[in-house]
Design a protein around this ligand. Structure first.
Ligand code: ATP
Ligand code: MG
Length: 243
């Protein structure tokens, strides 16, 4: 198996609270992995620690064997690990293209940033909306716009923190199809946080489950939805599939 990222013993403490507790997992190239768990389980904090925005109290992160822990966010971004921000939308009052440009300009000249931004919009099927002011976009368009903006940092691993939260189930299906196509075409590795169970179970090839900062399961959607600890902590018995 082609292991792209390896996280070992990741721990983040806020004073007396251990938000992420001794979490270890690995990501393979081109995988779509779901990250689930109750509110406050540590999902966003884990993402922040992976991209260098949150200092680790302990643990190590390696990307293709090279250490990433302790590196500054821009160094991690350049190495290819990017996350979207929970509850932050695209910049209002600007066109979609300009939004994607803000990220594309980080490491590019204006001319090549423009080309890159167009390319990123195309990759999520949003090229036709490039000149629309983001305030006029539908929720699924906004979600895909956020993905496009994140793509402009040229990630190899993209961490998506509830980008589909505002969508109806039908809209989620469309966005998930686009994410899957993106992966199929580019080999992008994704970790997706989403509270909508049917959506995340359908999209993901593997699911990680956090509860009180601890990784309590790591397996296929089928394995995880039958896992007694996961059912008790998060899913409730109505989500469990018959054995
Ligand atoms: N900067 C911080 N300082 C102190 N405590 C924090 C900080 N950030 C998060 N926490 C706490 O860490 C725990 C994990 O929070 P986190 O936001 O990572 O959870 P989450 O799984 O993303 O939850 P949600 O599903 O609601 O987004 C929570 O108890 C939260 O209150
Ligand atoms: Mg969160």
């Amino acid at each position: 198996m082609n292991e792209l990222l390896k996280a070992q013993g990741l721990t983040v403490r806020f004073g007396g609270l251990t938000a992420v507790s001794d979490v270890s997992f690995s990501l393979r190239q081109g995988e779509i992995v779901g990250l689930i768990g109750p509110n406050g389980a540590g999902k966003t904090t884990l993402f922040s620690s992976l991209v260098g925005l949150q200092r680790l109290s302990a643990g190590e992160i390696h990307l293709e064997g090279k250490p990433l822990h302790g590196r500054r966010p821009h160094v991690v971004a350049r190495a290819g690990v990017t996350k979207t921000f929970q509850n932050t939308a695209l910049f209002p009052g600007m066109t979609l293209l300009d939004n994607v440009m803000t990220a594309a300009l980080l490491n590019n000249t204006v001319a090549s940033a423009q080309e890159l931004a167009h390319d990123c919009l195309e990759r999520v099927g949003m090229a036709q909306a490039a000149q629309l002011v983001v305030d006029d976009l539908t929720f699924p368009q906004k979600a895909l716009g956020e993905v496009a903006r994140a793509l402009a940092t040229r990630p190899r691993i993209l961490l998506l923190d509830e980008v589909m939260a505002a969508l109806t189930p039908l809209e989620m299906d469309r966005v998930m199809d686009t994410l899957r196509e993106l992966r199929d075409r580019t080999g992008l590795t994704m970790v997706v946080v989403e509270h909508h169970m049917r959506a995340i179970m359908n999209l993901s090839e593997r699911i990680l489950v956090l509860n009180f900062g601890k990784l309590i399961a790591d397996g296929s959607p089928q394995q995880v939805s039958r896992n007694e600890k996961v059912i008790q902590a998060y899913l409730g018995s109505e989500h469990a599939q018959p054995a």
